[in-house]
Ligand binder design. Structure first.
Ligand SMILES: [Fe+2]
Ligand SMILES: [Fe+2]
Length: 358
């Protein structure tokens, strides 16, 4: 679709009017380039965890999060170039859950792209999900940006194919957050080869945006906030002037910068996870630059979900958060320090101020 240039201010003003009606679980993303080049806008919805109870009954909160996000995405002005769903549509990957979620996502007007989450995958290894949403990994070019979707939640063949006596058991093992029987996520050799080949024909000046479910960086292994072959995937992105990895799965605000690659998480429409550093028994690998958001009430239905604005300009992502029961937050790249910073929580030198609200 083509249209004239739209300023970021107009875009935010349009969506801001919606935000005034309440905090909503959706992310709007804008790629701006300046000059005559057209901007790219996309809406991002993630981690809805649609959960079947019995018969036609599903967990209400999770249903409501996704329904609201889709409705608001359809009202955005300007209309997004596409809508991204970031994975974990289902809780246990059943046909009932995937069908119910797909029915809600079918209400998205315009193009929809979907990322595979572990909760969608480990019951039947993504077979039914594929019937509904297509391939697990692919790429496309749009308005001068190279977009890549990866399936980052694969793991070792032995764990996947040999260890469990049923798909139901395998899914149950992978569905737990803190589970010693889980196995680290990875992109895997086959997909890395595909990605290397895919990126061969892309000019290093082209902005690259990668959508994954798990972070393509190593944060906290015990909760699988982790991708085992993260460094190898990062290496494939290093030749580009700017690259951004946008991921779900962690249900919380995270941001980081590794060389030319910006990392930003999107929040869940379902529930927030606590920050791994509060899990005192094990070492945390939280990126040094990530600052935990203050959490007024972790048990509030919409706490740690809300509006999240992502701008990708020259490959540097900046985010504004409007969180339920939380102070508005802005995380922006500071060219002086070469880091993303949350001004309310970090000093000018980029140091992280003491945290007291989580
Ligand atoms: Fe999730
Ligand atoms: Fe996940």
């Amino acid at each position: 679709m083509s249209r004239g240039k739209v300023s970021r201010r107009d875009f935010l003003r349009g969506a801001g009017a919606l935000a005034a009606a309440g905090t909503l679980p959706i992310s709007m993303v804008e790629l701006t380039f300046g000059g005559d080049k057209e901007s790219v806008h996309f809406a991002y919805i993630s981690d809805s965890h649609i959960q079947h109870i019995e018969k036609a009954k599903f967990v209400r909160n999770w249903d409501r999060g996704l329904i609201r996000a889709v409705a608001e995405a359809n009202l955005l002005q300007p209309k997004p170039d596409f809508v991204m769903f970031g994975g974990d549509l289902a809780q246990l990957g059943t046909k009932e859950e995937l069908d119910h979620g797909a029915e809600m996502l079918a209400k998205v007007s315009g193009d929809l792209h979907c990322v595979m989450g572990e909760h969608d995958y480990y019951l039947d290894l993504g077979e039914y999900w594929s019937e509904l949403f297509g391939p697990h990994y692919y790429s496309w070019n749009q308005k001068g940006v190279h977009f890549v979707v990866l399936n980052s939640i694969l793991t070792y063949d032995e764990w996947t194919y040999d260890r469990w006596d049923s798909g139901v058991r395998r899914m149950a093992e992978m569905a737990g957050l803190d589970n010693p029987n889980g196995s680290p996520f990875m992109v895997g050799e086959k997909q890395r080869k595909w990605l290397a080949n895919d990126l061969k024909g892309v000019d290093p000046k082209t902005p690259v945006v990668v959508f994954s479910h798990s972070p393509i960086q190593k944060i906290f292994k015990n909760w699988n906030f982790w991708t085992e072959d993260a460094e190898e995937v990062q290496k494939l992105l290093q030749p580009f002037d700017t690259a951004s990895v946008i991921y779900g799965h962690v249900h919380q605000i995270q941001y980081n910068q590794i060389g030319n690659i910006s990392f930003n998480s999107v929040m869940a429409t379902a529930w927030p996870w606590p920050y791994p550093r509060s899990y005192a028994q094990a070492e945390s690998h939280m990126p040094k630059l990530t600052v935990p958001m203050n959490r007024a009430d972790p048990f509030h239905e919409r706490d740690a979900t809300g509006w999240q604005w992502i701008d990708v300009a020259s490959g540097r992502v900046s985010m504004s958060y409007s969180l339920s029961n939380n102070t508005d937050r802005v995380v922006a790249f500071n060219p002086e320090t070469g880091r993303p910073e949350d001004k309310a929580f970090q000093s000018k030198a980029g140091r992280i101020a003491p945290q007291t609200h989580y």
